[in-house]
Ligand binder design. Structure first.
Ligand code: ATP
Ligand SMILES: Nc1ccn([C@H]2C[C@H](O)[C@@H](COP(=O)(O)O)O2)c(=O)n1
Length: 231
């Protein structure tokens, strides 16, 4: 629960990056809710633009087509950590952006520089408007989007731990297939030319493989409070 102290504390910008399934979304939402901060899921924005491309017949194997269309959809993110929202041209796409089709295509779409430029600009404007501060989670937040963030966290976990978590979410999913899909997406996200998934030099790395979600949340809350106290 947000305390009076949290409401009067200085605004703080927190960047949380890391590969898929390391706990970025769960941790970021909980930390933001506990500390009275806004929350932004940047992966949802890349998924939203991918959903729009697929829905509008753009060939996502053709970077030129993706680049030409990158400016067309209007993507709006709601930043309340207890009820984050995402719309494209006014349509709620929170469900459709989580389909296997979007997941399998999002790395190709998000690798296109015109897409990244558009979404990065949107992310920076949302962060700038967050009066109390914000937790922004993604792949390139600490390195590219918000290089001056007050606190940068890089979450990691073994592929086995991440696959087990994801398989638990997708009832009946094969753990090995899930593990291979995660590794493939991480490789694509880490090797693209424009702002790849990477740990910023000044990020605090937290290996969550053997930590409970609650332990990770407590660790990050402590780090944010230390930063706020020092401001
Ligand atoms: N430390 C943890 N221990 C056990 N389960 C966890 C832990 N952290 C997260 N989880 C669970 O793992 C799953 C994936 O977590 P989450 O969606 O937060 O990861 P993510 O890094 O945001 O993934 P993605 O980048 O693919 O969106 C969720 O079901 C979440 O509850
Ligand atoms: N800052 C970001 C956030 C996400 N992406 C891309 C790469 C991911 O595979 C994809 C989906 O992210 P998720 O919902 O799994 O967190 O979006 C990126 O390039 N940069």
């Amino acid at each position: 629960m947000e305390s009076t102290a949290a409401r009067t504390a200085p605004a703080v910008i927190v960047a949380i990056d890391g590969p898929s399934g390391t706990g970025k979304s769960s941790t970021s939402k909980a930390v933001a809710a506990q500390l009275g901060l806004s929350y932004l899921d940047t992966g949802a924005q890349y998924r939203a633009i991918t959903w729009w491309m697929v829905t509008n017949g753009i060939d996502v194997t053709d970077p030129a087509q993706i680049a030409a269309a990158a400016g067309k959809p209007e993507i709006v993110s709601g930043t309340d950590p207890s009820a984050p929202t995402i719309t494209v041209d006014g349509t709620d796409v929170a469900g459709p952006i989580r389909t296997q089709e979007v997941t399998s295509k999002v790395s190709a779409v998000s690798a296109v520089p015109e897409v990244r430029a558009r979404i990065t600009e949107l992310q920076r404007s949302i962060a700038a408007e967050a009066a109390q501060g914000i937790v922004v989670e993604g792949r390139d937040i600490g390195t590219t989007v918000l290089p001056d963030a007050d606190l940068k966290i890089f979450l990691t976990a073994s592929p086995e731990a991440r696959a087990a978590r994801r398989s638990g979410e997708l009832k009946g999913a094969d753990v090995n297939a899930t593990r291979e899909a995660l590794i493939k997406r991480d490789a694509a996200d880490s090797t693209r030319k424009t702002s790849p998934l990477a740990k910023a030099d000044d990020a605090v790395e937290v290996d969550t493989s053997d930590l409970t979600l609650q332990q990770v949340i407590e660790c990050v809350v402590t780090l944010v409070e230390e930063k706020r106290a020092a401001k």
